[in-house]
Design a binder for this molecule. Sequence first.
Ligand SMILES: CC(C)(COP(=O)(O)OP(=O)(O)OC[C@H]1O[C@@H](n2cnc3c(N)ncnc32)[C@H](O)[C@@H]1OP(=O)(O)O)[C@@H](O)C(=O)NCCC(=O)NCCS
Length: 210
Amino acid sequence: MKKLVIIGASGHGRVIADIAELCGYHEIVFLDDDENIKNCGKYLVAGTSCRVGDIDSDVVVAIGNSDSRQRISDSVDEKRLVTLIHPDAVVADDVVFGAGTVVMAGTVVNSGTRTGKGCIVNTSSSVDHDCVLGDFVHIAVGAHVAGTVCIGDRTWIGAGATISNNINICSDCMIGAGAVVVKDIKESGTYVGVPAGKIRTDSFGRKAGQ
Ligand SMILES: CC(C)(COP(=O)(O)OP(=O)(O)OC[C@H]1O[C@@H](n2cnc3c(N)ncnc32)[C@H](O)[C@@H]1OP(=O)(O)O)[C@@H](O)C(=O)NCCC(=O)NCCS
């Protein structure tokens, strides 16, 4: 009997629960640090994330905010963190995903790519050949990352954004929805537009993600 704890009772968590069921998990419970949340869709919220040590199960952290996802993931024994891949994702044989990474429906991840821990490859996005994603990177819905791109830890590529090939993006960036990145990004911050330009020296929008 495969049992999974999902930390983070949210819409993103429910998407992960769907994938987990398709991957053979029969028992799924949520934990959330908001004690007022008792259910997540059809699933029970069994308490706060402190309870994770009491439950004998695999674990996945379903929190969009990269810093929170990292903090909670770091508090869980890495051996318990599972990688979940939707059966309708197209993933090359040699792709390597770090522990706790989730890969949603309709994605394509091509040959030679590897990710760090706790990444999100969200619905209908693509990551082409020979890319390197750091820890806790989020490729949002419909974003496309061309070949041989390197993305630093905790960077969020916004919905529908495009990263051109052979680009390096440093850690702790927020790339806005619909942006097109055509040059290396060497300073953390928030970048939007076509071609992408910096609008903030922090990644506030990334931090706002739940
Ligand atoms: C980039 C982003 C984080 C900026 O958020 P913010 O820091 O709160 O910035 P604001 O909303 O205050 O916008 C600041 C300016 O940038 C512009 N802007 C914001 N996002 C933009 C975008 N994606 N493309 C172009 N311009 C954008 C705003 O229009 C505003 O311009 P103005 O000063 O001329 O009025 C946010 O707009 C965004 O794109 N988030 C991505 C969300 C996403 O992809 N979610 C996916 C979930 S899977």
